[in-house]
Design a binder for this molecule. Structure first.
Ligand code: MRU
Length: 346
């Protein structure tokens, strides 16, 4: 993806260092964050310097490679590192897919780095293919709504929910994007809006609770969201607020698509009830941070002093509310048979 005319991936390795776009600073500042060892890389996942299912997976793979570089041939230490990396965030399946892939297939530190890089290139290729399949669903002059950020920042490149939008726009289709702000961390208002602005795609940030208004007015033709984990029956865990949008879309008869690579499916979770949901610090709900008029970052309290908050980071949309899942091998139904077939064909 181009930033000020220069091509960037969201995360990459340079020698034994892992580098990434510092997403907590966006859209106000663009900086590259360097992690010198696997512990620093794991903390970058925990602190959401890098976030989004695919980007977390690639970062976790690169962290595993660093663990091999630092500790091979001490398999105990490598196992400890794997558990440590996996403890950083519980919901995104890509993280566990990536650590398993590297830890179980690498024989040494050279393999580990190659396998981690393979995860990153598979992530980017899958996203590109998702863009191509998904673009077929977007007609000229469509208004598409999305929630959170499942753009290129959430992967190594292209993204999932935004990839069809980018592809449709490149094909010359005129489109408009409704961007839910995505409280409490505002990944929609900060990250999706930044991506679409840089791509020159018409977009409008809307408050999370304004979606029904625009759907009722007939302003939204379809909705595409990403996924952090998809259960064997097609239930989808995604950023908190997605379930509300899925229910609204069904109420107003609006197609509701999920875009995700195979690495996001967890066929060991029978249904969405088995997906672990992360609860995060209440301060994300109670406070907001951003630059003041002098461009100095400030954190301000948004709520009644002393009132506690609850902060679930994800919710689960049941399969029956999902029109289809756009994967790198085509658009499938959100049901057990289709998902089973997807994995039998590997
Ligand atoms: O908490 P985050 O920002 O890591 O959340 C993940 C997400 O960005 C969203 O849930 C997204 O829609 C799916 S990730 C591709």
């Amino acid at each position: 993806m181009l930033v000020n005319g220069k091509h960037f991936k969201t995360v990459w390795s340079e020698g034994k260092h892992v580098k990434m776009i510092h997403q907590n600073l966006l859209p106000f500042d663009f900086k590259i964050h360097t992690c010198h060892n696997y512990v620093e890389t794991a903390y970058a996942i925990r602190d959401m310097i890098v976030r989004g299912a695919g980007a977390i997976g690639c970062t976790a793979a690169l962290a595993m490679a660093q663990a091999f570089i630092e500790h091979f041939p001490d398999w105990n230490q490598i196992d400890n590192a794997r558990r440590f990396i996996e403890s950083m965030r519980p919901t995104a399946q890509n993280l566990f897919y990536a650590t398993k892939f590297v830890a179980e297939n690498a024989q040494n530190h050279i393999d580990a780095l190659e396998l981690a890089q393979l995860i990153c290139s598979q992530d980017s290729n899958a996203s590109k293919a998702i863009g191509e399949y998904g673009a077929e669903l977007i007609l000229n002059n469509y208004s598409v709504a999305t929630h959170c950020n499942a753009g290129w920042l959430a992967f190594t490149d292209y993204g999932t929910a935004l990839a069809p939008i980018y592809e449709a726009s490149r094909q010359g289709k005129k489109l408009k994007v409704f961007v839910d702000e995505t409280r409490p961390r505002s990944q929609g208002a900060r990250l999706t809006a930044w991506e679409l602005y840089n791509e020159g795609i018409e977009h409008y940030i809307i408050a999370d609770n304004a979606t029904a208004f625009f759907m009722q007015k007939g302003n939204i033709d379809m909705m595409i969201v990403g996924a952090d984990r998809i259960a064997a029956n097609g239930d989808v865990a995604n950023k908190i607020g997605t379930l509300e949008k899925a229910i609204l879309a069904r109420h107003f008869g609006i197609p509701f698509y999920v875009a995700a690579p195979k690495a996001t499916f967890d066929i060991h979770c029978a249904t969405g009830k088995d997906i672990p949901i992360e609860f995060r610090n209440q301060n994300e709900v109670l406070y907001a941070t951003g630059p003041n008029e002098n461009n100095i970052n400030e954190t301000i309290l948004l709520a009644n002093p002393g009132s506690p908050a609850l902060n679930p980071a994800f919710d689960v949309s049941p399969a029956e509310l999902i029109s289809g899942i756009i994967t790198e091998v085509g658009i499938i139904k959100a049901d057990y048979q289709s998902i089973n077939k997807l994995f039998k064909n590997v």
